[in-house]
Design a protein around this ligand. Structure first.
Ligand code: P53
Length: 485
């Protein structure tokens, strides 16, 4: 039977991030961001970080899809799609080009006024992330990112400026995008972490990431405290990457290993929501001899600046095992959360071309786990299927695979809401219009309902066209959900 009991004001939307769409990397006084020194990679080859912007390198974010200039046309398409909400971020380096200035760049502020006005005029609610992997490069290079406590103040100042300015245009805010995805950075050190640090060879990656992560959490709490002073009606959220990790077998050690791996990632929302450093972390730091620096005043800020809701991304699940008898093991890597535990492929799931394991039930599962853990409203602010799309001779794009992925995930979300009683504010699928991939820097890892004519080398007309999924999603929004089986 058709199930239309989702709340009437459910926020169906779409999501992107400034550095992945805007381009215009030097317009109107914008400073360099850490995304501007990332080269293009592929599903096999990681992106590289260069020391500043070099002559003979291609940087896909410099132009991206030129949303900065084309937003009126794009927002017209989003309106036609029927979006009620549009999640994007403010490029911090448009407001504070170096990050450590006292006064903001008025041209940057004026840009977002126009953008938000355009959305509101089209009845699309802006949902805004303050920092989405695009910190001013100067803060990363000269201060070492959030290693340095001074960066907390720079962020809080930036947050205060934009929250004050846009408080009557933007109600839903999130502080740091996927703040917890750096938790796994211990095995992959060639990338910027969320906190704008490159782990140095003489550093213990786990220790430095805990310190920088905690500094970010303090910055988030202080920004939330400020936001409430500015306007108590604002809804202040965090943003987490939730990748459920299942036990690879029923061997009890696997259950324990899964719990411990999840705990490393929950660390961030545990603090965002509960306002205190969890005992498991304190024990770990003590046992490993980590010197994590925090003051009494910072602990009090954490306590006060807790979030109103939890925004999160969901794409896939993983599995972990301690049992070494399976032939389906692919590139299992060790995790140091539990003795002999390795992340392995789940034989029950299929993957996309980037090895992300597709698991719609995992979305219902994680919605339940998180709601039971925190009892706070949730907001699915990213979900989607990255794929190489084929443009047919007649110009059409038949992306049925994207529709099946999203359909299955929406179905599971509805079960979580309607049967399990989880409170979900909205659903904003990722890359509603094609954008530069964060992970690989490819343009051709596409998520959109709207195609953008541009390839991995940067060639193309940037022309926008609708994929077949466009009318499908339009219909979903119209009828407020998918028809249940
Ligand atoms: P791309 C890894 C796992 C889950 C989410 O990712 C992730 C990542 C990082 O690659 O990032 C989020 O573009 C992120 C977006 C990103 C999106 O997922 O690698 O918030 O900026 O584009 C999809 O396919």
């Amino acid at each position: 039977m058709f199930n239309n009991q989702l709340p009437k004001d459910f926020l169906w939307g779409g999501a992107v991030a400034a550095h992945q769409i805007e381009g215009a990397w030097q317009s109107d006084g914008k400073g360099l961001s850490i995304a501007d020194v990332l080269t293009a990679g592929s599903n096999k080859k990681p992106r590289r970080i260069t020391d500043g912007v070099l002559e003979n390198e291609y940087y896909p974010n410099h132009e991206a899809i030129d949303f900065y200039n084309r937003y009126p046309e794009d927002i017209a398409l989003l309106k036609e799609l029927g979006l009620k909400a549009f999640r994007t971020s403010i490029a911090w380096s448009r407001i504070f080009p170096n990050g450590d200035e006292k006064e903001p760049n008025e041209a940057g502020l004026a840009y977002y006024d126009q953008l938000f006005d355009c959305l509101i005029k089209n009845n699309i609610e802006p949902i805004i992330t303050l920092s989405h992997f695009e910190m001013p490069y100067h803060l990363a290079k000269e201060y070492g990112g959030f290693r340095d406590k001074r960066v907390i103040d720079f962020f809080v100042n930036y947050a205060e400026v934009v929250i004050k300015r846009y408080q009557h245009k933007v109600k839903y805010w999130m502080t740091f995008n996927e703040i917890n995805n750096q938790a796994d950075g211990t095995h992959e050190l060639h990338a910027w972490t969320n906190s704008g640090i490159l782990v140095q060879p003489d550093e213990n990656p786990e220790e430095v990431i805990y310190q920088a992560g905690l500094n970010e959490l303090i910055a988030s709490a202080k920004a939330i405290i400020k936001a409430r002073e500015i306007n108590p009606d604002l809804k202040m959220g965090c943003m987490m990457a939730y990748v459920p990790v299942y036990p690879g077998s029923s061997e009890p050690n696997d259950q324990m290993a899964a719990l411990k791996v999840m705990e490393r990632r929950f660390f961030y929302s545990d603090i965002h929501v509960r306002g205190e450093i969890p005992s498991y972390a304190i024990k770990k730091w003590h046992k490993k001899g980590y010197k994590i620096d925090y003051s009494q005043a910072e602990l009090e800020a954490l306590k006060e600046g807790t979030v109103d809701y939890i925004g999160f991304s969901y794409y896939m699940s993983n599995a972990v095992t301690t049992v070494d008898d399976r032939s389906n093991r692919l590139d299992g890597y060790s995790v140091n959360d539990y003795p002999n535990a390795k992340i392995v492929n789940n034989p029950y799931l299929k993957s996309n071309d980037w090895g992300w394991q597709i698991d719609s039930i995992g979305l219902r599962y994680i919605l339940n786990v998180v709601y039971q853990r925190y009892n706070k409203p949730l907001f699915i602010v990213e979900n989607g299927f990255g794929a190489y799309d084929q443009v047919e001779a007649d110009g059409s794009i038949q992306d049925d695979y994207r529709v099946s992925y999203l359909q299955a995930h929406i179905e599971q979300m509805q079960l979580a809401i309607l049967e399990d009683g989880v409170e979900v504010l909205g659903y904003t699928p990722w890359g509603v219009i094609d954008i530069v991939s964060f992970g690989s820097g490819e343009m051709e890892k596409r998520y959109g309902f709207i195609h953008v004519d541009k390839d991995n080398q940067g060639n193309g007309t940037l022309r926008r066209s609708k994929k077949s999924s466009f009318s499908w999603y339009q219909q979903i929004i119209k009828q407020n959900g998918v028809e249940a089986e």
